[in-house]
Design a protein around this ligand. Structure first.
Ligand SMILES: Cc1cc2nc3c(=O)[nH]c(=O)nc-3n(C[C@H](O)[C@H](O)[C@H](O)COP(=O)(O)O)c2cc1C
Length: 289
């Protein structure tokens, strides 16, 4: 479809239909190869995503060593074979460290507030990752975000010696799908997520419609459970003893260790590169606060 009042001065494909058909890929061809140069081009497109105030508070950490990937998989509590099988595995990270160093390089001060650092960095990182995923899928590759890294986030951050100001928030597999695309995972009805003018709680009918829609996903190799009821999945994530609550303490300790709420700068230790701001704290990776 052509857009008359469009942004483009040339015709580009309308992605709406293909985006409605996309699906996460969890089984990758372990021998499948996406040339590194192609991955770089895909990420280059991904990083043109919007970024708050131009500050690009994220990085991708590309884990190329199979042993490192196997170790990260182990620290995820396993169950995510795609971490090892996909052609490429990246850690999507909040990264305010580069900005701290850029400021220091011009003799400017820096501070990393805990909640806003987390929020702004997570938004920038997620948008760049999402655009990277769309770029990869547009080439026919499969993608899978890996939130399971949060099962071992403290150890992963420590073992990979990820410095203060940087925090992995999810993994990202990109590779060659092993199977034909599976059926699209359903979503709750549009009216449950799109509110007009004011926020309105879903009524009982709409709540039931959400379950009706989502219960169609059972049989899915990852999320299927015996009850075949989506409330089981919701409770596993958001119940009082769900993943989110169980991950909280470890995540919070990792935030502390990575300097969220305390980091006041990362001075440049290489004198040939420029200034050293004496007021900045020294970053010690693995420093357990
Ligand atoms: C932040 C985030 C973390 C995710 N973590 C995992 C994961 O650890 N393992 C996995 O198999 N899928 C993971 N997924 C993929 C979701 O399970 C998937 O998007 C969801 O089931 C909907 O399926 P669809 O993408 O095929 O529509 C994650 C997705 C997001 C956005």
């Amino acid at each position: 479809m052509s857009v008359e009042h469009g942004l483009w001065d040339e015709s580009v494909p309308d992605l709406v239909d293909s985006l409605c058909r996309r699906a996460t890929v969890r089984r990758f061809d372990p021998d499948g190869n996406i040339p590194p140069e192609e991955l770089r081009a895909i990420i280059d497109a991904g990083r043109k995503a919007p970024t708050s105030g131009t500050t690009q508070a994220y990085s991708f950490l590309w884990l190329r060593n199979p042993e490192t990937r196997a170790r990260v998989h182990e620290l995820c509590n396993r169950g995510s074979q795609q971490v090892e099988d996909a052609s490429h595995f990246l850690l999507v990270c909040i990264d305010v460290r580069r900005n701290a160093r850029l400021l220091d390089h011009r003799g400017e001060a820096f501070h990393l507030p805990r909640e806003m650092g987390l929020l702004e960095g997570a938004i920038d990182a997620a948008l760049a990752a999402q655009q990277t995923m769309v770029a990869a899928e547009s080439r026919g590759y499969g993608v899978c975000p890996i939130g399971n890294i949060l099962n071992g986030i403290y150890e992963i951050t420590e073992e990979l010696e990820i410095p203060e100001g940087v925090l992995p928030i999810f993994g990202l597999c990109i590779g060659i799908p092993r199977d034909q695309p599976r059926e699209n995972c359903p979503r709750v009805p549009l009216e449950a997520v799109l509110h007009e003018e004011t926020y309105d709680d879903a009524d009982e009918q709409l709540l039931e419609a959400c379950y009706d829609a989502m219960n169609q996903m059972y049989g899915d190799s990852v999320y299927g459970d015996d009850s075949r009821e989506w409330h089981g999945t919701l409770a596993r994530y958001w119940g009082p003893d769900g993943f989110m609550t169980r991950r909280e303490a470890d995540f919070s300790a990792t935030l502390d260790r990575q300097g969220f709420g305390t980091l006041d700068g990362v001075y440049d230790s290489n004198p040939s590169l420029g200034s050293r701001n004496e007021s900045c704290s020294v970053s010690t990776s693995g420093d357990d606060s």
